[in-house]
Design a protein around this ligand. Structure first.
Ligand code: HXC
Length: 258
């Protein structure tokens, strides 16, 4: 399928999506969000893909929602179109893990999209921020909520109220990103990590994702019970038998349901 605003390829069992509006620093226009949703649908349906990497350019992962496109919207436009809801949430409903590989600017909606992914790997030059306040608005796709859960109230307030950017080192220290890698290696490293995940048992991968995500939505006791029930259910899978047999026999597992 031809896309206007993204590049799509597979590397082994990894689906790689590259945001590609270089002249606008990957500003997230309606067309780009549509392309992204369609690419995620395609990877989700493809049994040969086990994990997805979402990246941008070396200068910008994405500099936010497209300001030129939204500047003249009225309240009624925004409300009736349910502006930002439609399309954007596709990332959060994907069952396959999505790794955000961020170099350069991840601002506004760009930071929000990175946070919707399952985890973030940052290049040394990555910069995260919620600068919406500087253009007279506020984050609209989870920035105030997800950033606060990642970095705590004090840093989230600081970033959302002043619009200041966080560099990669601070983002890693604060728990926003899981690892920092040299910019030149970003995509290769992300694909390597994604390939490792894609080699695991797919039911176990899905269950892990469901259980970790449940921790945001439930009490500790209920979350632990949910995890326990999923854990029990892995014993009904061929892959649990294979994984444990491989350990005992000192060999690599060959999971059937990858
Ligand atoms: C539309 C954008 C854009 C954006 C950059 N561009 N960001 N176009 N929407 N969000 C365009 C510029 O207009 C310019 O196009 C080109 O990209 C290069 O940008 P420059 O500003 O010339 O680059 P530079 O001087 O290097 O500065 C980089 C930057 C700056 C610091 C990232 O571009 C910037 O501050 N961008 C806006 C960041 C922002 O406020 N994001 C939040 C958006 S609101 P031309 O044609 O002039 O050359 C948001 C709300 C989310 O995301 C709500 C829910 C999703």
């Amino acid at each position: 399928m031809p896309y206007e605003n993204i590049l799509v390829e597979t590397r082994g069992r990894v689906g790689l999506i590259t945001l590609n509006r270089p002249k606008a620093l990957n500003a997230l226009c309606v067309g780009l969000i549509k392309d992204l949703g369609a690419a995620l649908d395609a990877f989700e349906a493809d049994d040969e893909v086990g994990c997805i990497v979402l990246t941008g350019s070396e200068k910008a992962f994405a500099a936010g929602a497209d300001i030129k496109e939204m500047a003249d919207k009225t309240y009624m436009d925004a409300y009736l179109q349910d502006f930002i809801t439609v399309g954007w949430q596709r990332i959060t409903t994907c069952r396959k893990p999505i790794i955000a590989a961020v170099a350069g600017y991840a601002l506004g909606g760009g930071c929000e999209i990175a946070m919707m992914c399952d985890f973030i790997i940052a290049a040394e030059n990555a910069k995260f921020g919620q600068p919406e306040i500087t253009i007279g608005t506020i984050p609209g796709s989870g920035g105030t909520q997800r950033l606060t859960r990642f970095v705590g109230k004090s840093k989230a307030m600081d970033m959302c109220l002043t619009g200041r950017q966080m560099d990669a080192a601070e983002a890693e220290r604060s728990g926003l990103v899981s690892r920092i890698v040299p910019a030149a290696d970003l995509v290769d490293e992300a694909v390597k990590i994604a390939d490792r995940i894609a080699g695991m048992s797919r039911p176990a991968v899905y269950m892990t994702k469901e259980a970790v995500n449940a921790s945001y939505e439930t009490t500790l006791q209920q979350g632990i019970m949910f995890e326990r029930r999923l854990f029990h259910s892995t014993f009904a899978t061929e892959d649990q038998k294979e994984g444990m047999a491989a350990f005992v026999e000192k060999r690599q597992p060959n999971f059937k349901n990858r």
